[in-house]
Design a protein around this ligand. Structure first.
Ligand code: GUN
Length: 287
């Protein structure tokens, strides 16, 4: 019987810490951390994420603004908004919600966000800093996974870590953070041969592929820690992860549920990055 890693609870604890820090910061500096979230078009999942981000900001005492742009926004209009937010002193973090509508160039937008306001850590400057182990910001979802492990007393050092999925948002930075924590890391993807056998070697298995209930008990070593980054909608509308929780739970030593596992941690790490950016801005103001 596995320990259930409660992301909701751990997330609430960290948000309370951020709230206290934000209050002390505001008292000392005379301004609060500020986040701008940009969303283009009407992707329903993105709209939910953006609403949750704004609510989370309010709960910890941050300033926040949401820029909801129509689906036919041009690249130039989006670029101009990013430029304006880059120069706005109230805004310490800028997040452009992905995916963007197909006619817009994601790479161009991410390159345009000032690296010191890039709280997603998607700018190539920040990606490079993560790669060399000298990050200013940690990417939110992988950082959330690391915080879950840490607060559950699970140390990746020396362990076999298998990451399933190689996206720029989760898989690749996840592998890097586990490597920096001294894990022995393997990254699997759709072309991996005998995926089950590789997964079965894992002491820590992190799954981020976006396929409902893909990982069953036959892919998990007894006693492994299983982290499910998946967020899939079942035909009945229910949210489900990439791991078949009911099947894997008896085999694993610890497992994250969906919902209530990694999900709440992502926004928590975004808040943390925004606070970090505001602290940097305060340092720079003092010169
Ligand atoms: N879309 C899905 N996850 C993310 C994220 O972490 N940041 C942004 N900007 N867009 C996303």
């Amino acid at each position: 019987m596995a320990t259930r890693i409660d992301g909701k609870l751990i997330s609430a604890q960290i948000r309370e810490e951020i709230k206290q820090e934000s209050r002390a910061f505001a008292a000392a500096q005379g301004f609060v951390p500020g986040l701008a979230v940009v969303i283009v078009g009407d992707n329903p999942a993105s709209q939910v994420y953006v609403r949750n981000k704004k609510k989370a900001c309010e709960e910890v005492g941050f300033y926040s603004e949401v820029h909801a742009l129509p689906a036919d926004t041009t690249q130039e209009q989006l670029n101009l908004l990013v430029d304006r937010l880059n120069g706005d002193d109230r805004i310490h973090g800028i997040l452009v919600q992905l995916p963007l509508p197909a006619h817009l160039d994601e790479t161009e937008v991410l390159l345009r966000i000032r690296p010191d306001k890039d709280v997603d850590a998607f700018h190539p400057y920040n990606v490079g800093k993560i790669m060399i182990g000298n990050p200013d910001f940690l990417p939110c979802t992988p950082a959330g996974v690391m915080a879950l492990l840490e607060r559950s007393g699970i140390d990746p050092a020396g362990k076999r870590c298998v990451v399933v999925g190689r996206s720029n948002i989760v898989g690749k930075p996840m592998a890097m953070l586990l490597l920096h924590a001294n894990g022995t890391v393997t990254v699997c993807h759709s072309k991996t041969r005998d995926l089950g056998a590789v997964c079965r070697e894992a002491d820590i298995l992190v799954v981020a592929i976006g396929r409902a209930d893909f990982v069953g008990a036959d892919m998990v070593k007894p006693g492994a820690v299983v982290i499910d980054v998946g967020m899939n909608r079942r035909p009945d509308g229910k949210l489900t992860g990439d791991v078949d929780y009911a099947a894997v739970e008896p085999v694993a030593s610890a497992i994250t549920p969906v919902p209530g596992g990694v999900g709440p941690m992502t926004i928590t790490m975004l808040l943390k990055n925004t606070l970090t950016a505001a602290k940097k801005a305060a340092e720079n103001r003092r010169g």
